[in-house]
Design a protein around this ligand. Structure first.
Ligand code: SF4
Length: 366
């Protein structure tokens, strides 16, 4: 539970236990970057053995079963170099003008993880050593955004860069330092720009004292505590909210990503409690700059198949009842809630947020 006294929030930030991968490797090229070496040293300092690869390919040892291969990959951190494709930043609607990937992969085990449909190969976590190349790529598209920059309601955010599309950057920050470097980079960047990240983790201690200049917006990705079994390996929602309050206390703009919204039995009560808990955690913060993003549960046929193989015991409903099919502009088929359910959810969230979090700006519903 958050402290009633705002000044006490910083010391209340905590988490369950930082991720300790079973295997850490660094590629040949990553070792040519000072930041790559720094990440390897951080890992060694955390008591992890770092395997120096002779090349740049990260090969996984043969596993006895698909299940064992998944577990091994999820327990592997690879320090690598972001490939050229990552240096051509892409728009990422509706969140931000551009996507900036500081890493790829995540050690948590969410039954609905969107990465299941977007990443190819074993789900290892790769942390990129060539951050300066990524920052140069970001500079090259500053002022050329087509998503938030074209939105009358959001143009005040400047050119926006989303760092949580292919990873949860806070989940691995203790081993990479990538997020801190990005926050400092954006803080020192004298331009109308904003870094954005969303997280299901709570250890914001490394970020609190950084010179962020208000150019990074942290969002806590939250769901009701009752849905915790769907979010294996993440930090408790109450801790994420406390962390969010601590970030707001030191002047970061903040937000809630309520995602994925799951219309399971009892959802009204569960989400009512969640929104009330968020309001309590953020109570009394001066000059609160709070946004809310609302994302309903969705999946593709292929991500559903991957998730069912990764989490065969999950109780998360991924059936076709109460669902509708939607096509993206790229022709990809997505399975979403049907029109009736969507309308009911949308009405509820807009009403409840207006009532309990009147200072919040809802950025989008999807
Ligand atoms: Fe996927 Fe986010 Fe969960 Fe990580 S925290 S497993 S990225 S949904």
């Amino acid at each position: 539970m958050a402290s009633d006294t705002p000044g006490e929030r910083n010391i209340a930030v905590k988490r369950r236990g930082a991720w300790q991968p079973r295997r850490v490797v660094i590629t040949r090229d990553a070792r040519t970057y000072a930041h790559g070496v720094a990440m390897a040293e951080r890992c060694a300092g955390a008591g992890l053995e770092v395997d120096e690869l002779s090349g740049n390919a990260v090969r996984m040892p043969r596993a006895a079963s698909e299940r064992a291969a998944y577990a091994l990959a999820k327990n592997t951190l690879a320090i690598t170099v972001a490939p050229p494709s990552k240096l051509r930043l892409q728009p990422i609607a509706p969140s931000a003008d551009w996507r900036i990937d500081l890493a790829q992969g995540c050690p948590a085990h969410c039954s609905y993880c969107y990465l299941a449909g977007s990443l190819k190969g074993p789900p290892i976590t790769r942390a990129y050593a060539n951050l300066d190349d990524l920052f140069d790529a970001a500079a090259a598209v500053e002022g050329a955004g087509t998503i938030t920059s074209r939105s009358a309601a959001r143009v005040g955010e400047g050119t926006t860069y989303e760092a949580s599309c292919y990873t949860d950057p806070l989940a691995i920050e203790h081993l990479t330092g990538n997020l801190s470097r990005a926050v400092e980079h954006f803080g020192a960047w004298k331009a109308d720009v904003q870094l954005r990240f969303t997280t299901k983790f709570a250890d914001v201690a490394p970020l609190l004292a950084l010179d962020h200049r208000g150019r990074t917006r942290m969002r806590a990705s939250v769901n009701p505590a009752a849905y915790a079994p769907f979010e294996g390996g993440t930090d408790r929602v109450a801790d994420r909210l406390t962390a969010l309050g601590a970030m707001a206390e030191v002047g970061y703009p903040i937000g809630l990503t309520i995602a994925p919204i799951i219309a399971a039995a009892g959802w009204r009560e569960a989400y009512s409690e969640l929104i009330a808990e968020a309001a309590l955690a953020l109570r009394g913060i001066d000059a609160l700059d709070l946004t809310v993003e609302l994302i309903t549960h969705r999946f593709t046929e292929s991500s559903r198949a991957v998730l069912r193989s990764w989490y065969p015991g999950s109780k998360l409903d991924m059936g076709d009842t109460g669902r509708a099919v939607k096509y993206t502009k790229f022709g990809t088929k997505k399975i979403v809630y049907d029109r009736e359910t969507m309308a009911e959810l949308k009405g509820f969230f807009h009403d409840r947020i207006a009532r309990d979090l009147p200072a919040a700006r809802i950025l989008y519903w999807t």
